[in-house]
Design a protein around this ligand. Structure first.
Ligand code: FAD
Length: 141
């Protein structure tokens, strides 16, 4: 199986409703394509890992890459991997900035406790994987 990790900048500040819509479409498509992954959103930045069959992954990333809701996509990792990081999630998700969630959800980790998902700070795939795992512990399914 193959893994890609990329970060990008949203072209506008997504509302919770817009994020939910994005997630619903992603989860539907990813389930059909047998892909799993995780998406972080913070300060108008995205960090996403997607894993699965190489052809399905390439087709999905090609769609994502031309989506005008984000720009400056930076591919941090594209590699054959033995096992997925998040096998059970068609698209795990964290809105790292959401203070309301921090208050409501037991176990939710507010952004202040971990580094922000700032593309400028994500210098390599190792940093990206660490962040994804960190936030993935408290994900919204
Ligand atoms: P459709 O059913 O044709 O449309 C899906 C819905 O998305 C529509 O209701 C429409 O309202 C909305 N939409 C599409 N484009 C725009 C736009 N430019 N502006 C506003 N609304 C829009 N897709 C995946 O399949 N898997 C992923 O993991 C995934 N991750 C993404 C991560 C990010 C950060 C972004 C920005 C997009 C991601 N997408 C993902 C979405 C992807 O870019 C395509 O929009 C989607 O795959 C199209 O699927 P579809 O043909 O079934 O969509």
């Amino acid at each position: 199986m193959k893994r890609i990790i990329y970060c990008s900048q949203a072209t506008y500040d997504f509302s919770p409703e817009e994020l939910v819509e994005l997630l619903e479409v992603s989860r539907r498509n990813n389930e059909a394509a047998g892909l799993s992954g995780m998406l972080l959103y913070s300060s108008q930045s995205f960090l996403q890992v997607l894993e699965g069959d190489p052809a399905a992954l390439a087709a999905t990333y090609a769609r994502i890459a031309v989506d005008d809701r984000h720009v400056n996509l930076r591919l941090l990792q594209e590699a054959e991997v033995p096992a997925p990081l998040f096998p059970d999630w068609t698209m795990g998700f964290e809105d790292v900035d959401d203070e309301t969630l921090a208050e409501e959800l037991v176990g939710f980790t507010p952004a202040t406790e971990y580094p922000l998902v700032n593309p400028d700070l994500i210098t390599n795939a190792g940093v990206a994987v660490t962040l994804l795992k960190l936030y993935g512990r408290n994900r919204i399914r």
